[in-house]
Design a protein around this ligand. Structure first.
Ligand code: CAP
Ligand code: MG
Length: 433
């Protein structure tokens, strides 16, 4: 029988967790394949094996390099959960593409599984520490901003695309003026004819300097450098040369190698990781890769903040328990102090954030979180500055445990928070499906 070698299936094996990467898989079989066959096939096909014994296999390889299922739990006739231990020697240090080609590669294509989902990964410190990890991390971000802790309020320039550089920059200025600290380009905004990168960056950074002199506070503009690696390199250099304080990349579409490359150029700027397209990988409950695994991977690569969801916004499963599990699980992966010597990464909460739900988001995710709102700021009837101030006021209310919409309206009236009052009165101040 294919995959018959006992090495691939050793439930209860006593192994040194410092010498093995352990991957948690959920899988649904594709009949007639049996669960028992797949207990062996997944470790075999994601390490040294294939469907047929080969004359070139040696005992040494089989005994020392085979991945092995060390735990298997049958949930029902078609669904099982397994843990597969991979000898650390299978992994090239500091190489994310190879890591995912190994345990998240061919196994997804096998015709014996109908669904396959990686739900977690445990990586020994020896391998974790072969990666650079974040240069700044949570504390480094606070240091750049001169803050003791979060939450940090942010915004995304809207419309998502289309504004020319001067409008884009002026929107950023108004939003900072209203009290927001962290401004980012939207994920598909890179270097289009309607808003050339260098013109946009220059104009926005001029306003960042103006805010610093007017308000005496450091603000952040996360400049989206997303693109082919040579273009990202030039764009990052441009941001550095013009006094920028933060680089942004769409890390899923840029890819493991692109992120590792930019991180290892040593630009000495925080990296804001947008996760556009993650839903194609993380969203299906039976198939794909849990966001906490993606979060761990980009912590290895060395981003300083990454989007992981809001629980209460427009992204996610639209089911509270599932959204809590995903966001809390991902943020724990980012903030855990049990991840080699790597610094913690700042969770970024975005998507459908408005004055009506930011209080719940703050209470769920504080203190270490950047919360960014696009529509929730720029949809304010009195403009972006008022929208920004309404978000600041909603955060003040949350610190006084005033979170629910009706209480917020009374609080706004009693405390003469007109921008929040208007936001609550006149706009859908928080996404609802
Ligand atoms: C939010 C946003 C964010 C996504 C990211 C957008 O805008 O700018 O990119 O929400 O989602 O383009 O939709 P709004 P996630 O504030 O107007 O919703 O953080 O889940 O990856
Ligand atoms: Mg966006």
């Amino acid at each position: 029988m294919s995959y018959s070698d006992e090495e691939f299936f050793q439930p209860g094996l006593d192994f040194d967790s410092e010498k093995f990467v352990v991957v948690d898989f959920d899988f649904h079989r594709n009949p007639p394949a049996s669960l028992e066959r797949i207990y062996r096939e997944i470790p075999a096909e994601s390490s040294i094996g294939t469907w047929q014994k080969v004359h070139t296999m040696t005992d040494f390889i089989l005994k020392n390099l085979s991945a092995r299922t060390v735990y298997a739990k049958k949930i029902d006739a078609d669904f099982a959960q397994i843990k597969v231990a991979y000898p650390i020697t299978l992994f090239e240090p500091n190489n994310l593409p190879q890591m995912f080609s190994l345990f998240a590669g061919n196994v997804y294509g096998m015709n014996t599984v109908s669904y396959l989902r990686i739900t977690d990964v445990q990586i020994p410190d020896e391998l974790v520490n072969s990666y650079p990890g974040p240069e700044f991390g949570v504390q480094g971000i606070y240091d750049v901003l001169g803050l003791k802790k979060g939450p940090i309020l942010g915004s995304i320039i809207k419309p998502k695309l289309g504004s020319p550089p001067d409008i884009h920059a002026n929107t950023a200025y108004s939003t900072w003026k209203g009290g927001i600290t962290w401004i980012k380009d939207d994920e598909p905004m890179t270097n289009q004819d309607f808003c050339p990168f260098e013109d946009r960056i220059t104009k926005v950074l001029e306003y960042a300097d103006q805010i610093k002199s007017e308000q005496g506070r450091q603000v952040i503009y996360a400049c989206n450098i997303t693109g082919p690696i040579d273009k990202m390199l030039k764009r990052a250099e441009f941001v550095v040369d013009h006094g920028g304080k933060c680089l942004m990349m769409d890390v899923i579409t840029v890819g493991w190698a692109g992120v590792q490359f930019i991180r290892e150029q040593g630009f000495n700027l925080p990296i804001h990781a947008h996760r556009a397209m993650h839903g194609a990988i993380t969203k299906h409950r039976k198939h794909g890769i849990h966001m906490r695994v993606i979060a761990k991977a980009f912590r290895l690569a060395g981003v300083d903040g990454i989007h992981t969801g809001t629980i209460y916004g427009k992204m996610g499963y639209g089911e509270l328990k599932a959204d809590e599990e995903e966001v809390y699980g991902s943020n724990e992966a980012l903030l855990s102090d049990q991840f080699g010597n790597l610094k913690p990464v700042m969770p970024i909460a975005s998507g459908g954030v408005g004055v009506k739900n930011i209080g719940k988001i703050i209470n769920a995710l504080k203190p270490h979180v950047v919360i960014t709102a696009g529509g929730g700021v720029h949809g304010h009837p009195n403009g972006s500055e008022a929208g920004a101030t309404s978000m600041v006021q909603a955060m003040e209310a949350a610190f006084e445990d005033v979170v629910e919409a009706d209480d917020l309206l009374n609080w706004a009236k009693e405390n003469n928070k007109t921008e929040l009052h208007h936001a609550l009165d006149t706009v859908a101040a928080g996404y609802s499906s």
